[in-house]
Ligand binder design. Sequence first.
Ligand SMILES: Nc1ncnc2c1ncn2[C@@H]1O[C@H](COP(=O)(O)OP(=O)(O)OP(=O)(O)O)[C@@H](O)[C@H]1O
Ligand SMILES: [Mg+2]
Length: 501
Amino acid sequence: MENPGLSFFTKYQVCCLGLQKLVIVTFGNPDAIALERGPGVSHGPRKTTTFAPMKPGTILIIDDELTLRGLVTRIIRLEGFDVHEAPDCKTALKKLVQNDIDVVLCDVKLPDGNGVELTGKIKALYPSVEVILLTAYGNIPDGVQAIKNGAFDYITKGNDNDKIIPLLFRALEKVQLQKRVRELEKRVGEKFSFDSILGKSRPIQDAIELARKVVQTNTTVLLTGETGTGKEVFAQAIHQSGSRCEKSFVALNCSAFSKDIIESELFGHKQGSFTGATKDKKGLIEQASGGTLFLDEIGEMPLELQAKLLRVLETGEFIKLGCTEPVHVNFRLIAATNKDLKLESEEHRFRSDLYFRLNVFQIQLPPLRERKKDIEMLSAFFVQQFSVKTNKKPLRISTEYLQKLERYNWPGNIRELKNIIERSVILSNGDELTEALLPYEIQHQTAGGHNSISAFAMTSIEKQHIQKVLNHTKGNKAEAARLMEIGVATLYRKMEEYGLH
Ligand SMILES: Nc1ncnc2c1ncn2[C@@H]1O[C@H](COP(=O)(O)OP(=O)(O)OP(=O)(O)O)[C@@H](O)[C@H]1O
Ligand SMILES: [Mg+2]
């Protein structure tokens, strides 16, 4: 009797051999899988859309039948894949160690084991590898069990042969998507890692060293420092570098909302607990469970809520509005403020018990004027960042421009420096940033850089900058906040402060 597998493979091989170029694209839906064979050659009535050639993957074929294995190998190679072969489980596991395999095509009956069990083992050892099982004709239970063991899919030998190649591409697509997600996650991690905190000066290095020490603990952290010194950057880096990084980093700016909104955002409520509570709402505290809760501008938190927050910190639980049972939570709190919380508590604007609870591990971030030797490095970084963003060729920084920056007092710290560099890059026409590109108050500083109008200047620069960005986004606040890398709530607060509408 003719081997159905062989007949398919032979036909397929003949069909492929006559082709010069094979571009294969897969989309999630199997119906959309199209094999396009060179220009002008259509392949049946399937949907064919824009093509993006896929990078070839690496396949491991596990089968003890030498002829069939060799044939499948040749056919799959024709599709551009790298192929490795193994006649049994033991060799297969060795090949998986030695090579970067993407997809495994595995027979069920193997001399030293069973493909269904091997699937479970492979998925446990290499979760990112996808396995397709070749089951014997009519043996659905094997396939079902393989899926339970983590297989991508199964194929009935002989019956489903024409599905092998499209299925391999789908499995490979999944592997590549997952790789991409991991890469992006890694990049997000890098963006928020300590390595992204620029500065070689002693004060910032001391702060980084302190922060690194607290990463692997659950200790509450209090980040203090003037506006724009990097408190949020530190909070993200602490979260991202610790074991909680897989879980959520949930942030709330306590100055941006009223007491009722903060309460409802933090603690959530049950449906029907008050008029307007149309459905259950999970509070931020619950959402941060396992991860980090970042309470920015904690000095602005209403006193009544400070008491509620303290209770959660002490007991690890709270009762949601409209519920009777407590909710247990496990989050790390990072709080930030530019206020002197000690003074605030002495003057009864901040609860002293909460202050002591928060002040377990304080990291004081230095103002930029106390680490002026970092200005050059920070400026170079921001110039490069904004040149890319505005599609300009790399710009140099003139000596005079840098000297003016180093002489300035920086009341708005790194954020102000960043905004000023962005402004200069936008305004520049040449290949160098010159002092003429600086705002008036930085160009015309009094001796010693003690700019008598610095506070005013900061305000006016920030106001102008926000207005300019809002004009650019045609009033779109979410987009403007994204461009300025601040929260929407902060943008609203600043717009109100500066009377911008
Ligand atoms: N060390 C650093 N290296 C590079 N960029 C930094 C550094 N510190 C801060 N920044 C940048 O400066 C800006 C301000 O930082 P951040 O928002 O963390 O400050 P903040 O202390 O939270 O300010 P505020 O009190 O106003 O909320 C951000 O755009 C951030 O990316
Ligand atoms: Mg902040």
